[in-house]
Unconditional design. Sequence first.
Length: 104
Amino acid sequence: MVPGMFCPKCHSLLYRDGDELLCRKCGYRTKVKGTPVKRIETRPKEKEIPVFEGNLDTLPKTKVTCPACGNDEAWWFMRQTRAADEPTTRFYICTKCKHRWREY
């Protein structure tokens, strides 16, 4: 075991509690020694990743029913979104309401 990361009494993982390390199982506490731990900052994930940015009129159209409005025409394009041995994903954009959906 790495010293300082696990409780010497019950061998559970120690968690930071201010300037101390705390065992949530048995209550053992000890002061943090040495270099302070750097906290890794993460940025929030984007809600939507743009798959197509451009003029929709350049895309081909097909006859498919929009699940949002029932329109029977949509622009479509394909992207490889998974492993190379998996089939491509077909993306559709409704020509009426601009709803986007995909088929695997």
